[in-house]
Design a protein around this ligand. Structure first.
Ligand code: SF4
Length: 383
C-alpha cells in the first residue's frame, strides 16, 4: 500500500494534472457551477449533503429565486424557509442555514467568511463544507473529504477497513491535504468528488474511463470494489405513530385540513403535520382502538377542540412507511371528515402557535415533510 506522503512529487503532480484535465473536459453542467457567489456555493453544498444531485437541482433553483442572497435568507421567516426545504429531508440543514445567514449578516457584514476557521464558526458548517466553500468560492488551498472522496482515496491507495473509523478518517484528510492543488484548489476538490460521483461509483466503477487508472493501487489488485470495506450499518429501528387527518369537505369550496407544528427540537423540528402521536415501538398487529385513544389524547394535549361524537366516525385509512436516517416509521393514518369545521375547532387551532388550517391543494407550499405527504396521499387515494 502506498500513501501520497510517500509518493514522489512528480507523481502527486501527475495526479493533479490528470484529475484537473479530466474535470475540465468532463464536468457536469450543474446550476451552482454557473455561479461563483460564495452564498450560492454554500447553499448548494448544504443541499448536496445526504441528497442526490438530481433532486437538489430543482430545490436549488427555487431556493435561489426565493432567497437570492444572504440578506434575503437572514430576513426570511423560518416557517417560509422550512416550507422551501420541505421534501429535501434532514431539516436541521435548513434551520442551520437560516441561523448562519443571520450570523453572517450580523458578524461578517453580509460576506460569507473565507477561511476554514471562520466558516466553521457558523452553524451547520463542518470540516467538509468549510473546505468546499473556502476552496471553491474563495480559491483558498483547503482540503475536503466527503463520501465520494473517501471511496476514491480508498481505491486509489488500496486503504482497507471501515472508511468511517477514526484512523481512516485521519488518513483520508492527510491525503486530501497532501494532494490538493495549490493553483486550482476548488476545481481540484470538485474533480475528486466528480470522479467519485460519475466514474469511481460504489458498485461498478468504470476504470477504463478513469483518468488516474495507471496510478490506482486498488485497480492493480484486480478487485477495486473491495475498497473501501463494506460495513454493515445498524438496521433502522422500526417505530409507529398514529396520524389524524381532520378534513373539511364542504359541498362547494376548497377542502381544508388541520396542521399542527412540531416542537423545535427532536425529529423534524418546527415542521407541520397532521396531529400525530409520539413514536412508540411497533405493535403487532396495530391496535386501532389504542391508536384512536392516543389521537384523542394528542388533541386534548394541544387543546384542539373536536365535537364529542367526532371520533365515532373516525376511519382508518391504512399505513405508510418512511425511513429516516436512524429509524423506520410506520404511520397509521386516520380520517375524520367534517362538512364544515365547527367554530370551536377553528378557534382552538388558530390559538395554537404555528398551527393552521390550510387548503388541501396548498399542502405543497407548507413546511410538510415527505413522510407527512405520504399520510395525505392516503386521503387522496380513498377519493
Ligand atoms: Fe476508481 Fe477504477 Fe479509477 Fe481506481 S481506476 S480510482 S477504482 S475508477
Amino acid at each position: 500500500m502506498t500513501s501520497p506522503q510517500a509518493l514522489p512529487e512528480d507523481q502527486i503532480s501527475a495526479l493533479r494534472t490528470d484529475l484537473l484535465d479530466w474535470f475540465d473536459a468532463h464536468k457536469r453542467d450543474l446550476p451552482w457551477r454557473k455561479n461563483a457567489d460564495p452564498y450560492a456555493i454554500w447553499v448548494s453544498e448544504i443541499m448536496l449533503q445526504q441528497t442526490q444531485v438530481i433532486t437538489v437541482k430543482d430545490y436549488y433553483t427555487r431556493w435561489m429565486a426565493a432567497f437570492p442572497d444572504v440578506e434575503a435568507l437572514a430576513s426570511a421567516d423560518l416557517d417560509v424557509v422550512l416550507a422551501m426545504w420541505a421534501g429535501l429531508g434532514y431539516y436541521r440543514r435548513a434551520r442551520s442555514l437560516h441561523a448562519a445567514a443571520a450570523m453572517v449578516v450580523e458578524d461578517f457584514d453580509g460576506d460569507l467568511p473565507s477561511t476554514v476557521k471562520d466558516l466553521k464558526s457558523l452553524p451547520g458548517i463542518g470540516d467538509y463544507t468549510a473546505g468546499a466553500i473556502a476552496s471553491i468560492a474563495h480559491g483558498q488551498v483547503a482540503a475536503l473529504v466527503d463520501g465520494n472522496v473517501e471511496r476514491v482515496f480508498a481505491r486509489l491507495f488500496a486503504i482497507p477497513g471501515d472508511p468511517k473509523v477514526r484512523a481512516n478518517q485521519k488518513r483520508f484528510w492527510a491525503i486530501a491535504h497532501a494532494l490538493v492543488d495549490t493553483t486550482r484548489p476548488g476545481d481540484f476538490n470538485q474533480s475528486l468528488m466528480e470522479l467519485g460521483a460519475t466514474v469511481c461509483t460504489p458498485k461498478s466503477p468504470t476504470c477504463l474511463l478513469c483518468p488516474v487508472r495507471k496510478q490506482c493501487v486498488g485497480l492493480a489488485t484486480g478487485n477495486p470494489t473491495t475498497f473501501p470495506a463494506k460495513v454493515k450499518r445498524k438496521k433502522a429501528k422500526l417505530v409507529q405513530i398514529d396520524a389524524l387527518v381532520l378534513l373539511e369537505r364542504p359541498k362547494d369550496g376548497p377542502e381544508r385540513v388541520v396542521l399542527l407544528k412540531r416542537p423545535d427540537t427532536g425529529l423534524l423540528p418546527g415542521m407541520l403535520e397532521a396531529p400525530s402521536s409520539a413514536p412508540i415501538p411497533r405493535e403487532k398487529p396495530h391496535d386501532t382502538h389504542a391508536g384512536t385513544t392516543r389521537l384523542r389524547q394528542v388533541l386534548i394535549t394541544h387543546g384542539v377542540i373536536v365535537p364529542p361524537d367526532a371520533f365515532e366516525r373516525v376511519r382508518e385509512l391504512g399505513a405508510v412507511e418512511h425511513v429516516f436516517s436512524h429509524l423506520k416509521m410506520r404511520m397509521h393514518a386516520h380520517l375524520i371528515e367534517f362538512e364544515q369545521f365547527p367554530e370551536p375547532l377553528i378557534q382552538s387551532v388558530e390559538a395554537l402557535p404555528g398551527a393552521c388550517i390550510v387548503a388541501r391543494g396548498a399542502l405543497d407550499e407548507c413546511a410538510l415533510s415527505a413522510a407527512q405527504h405520504k399520510v395525505f396521499a392516503l386521503v387522496d387515494a380513498q377519493g
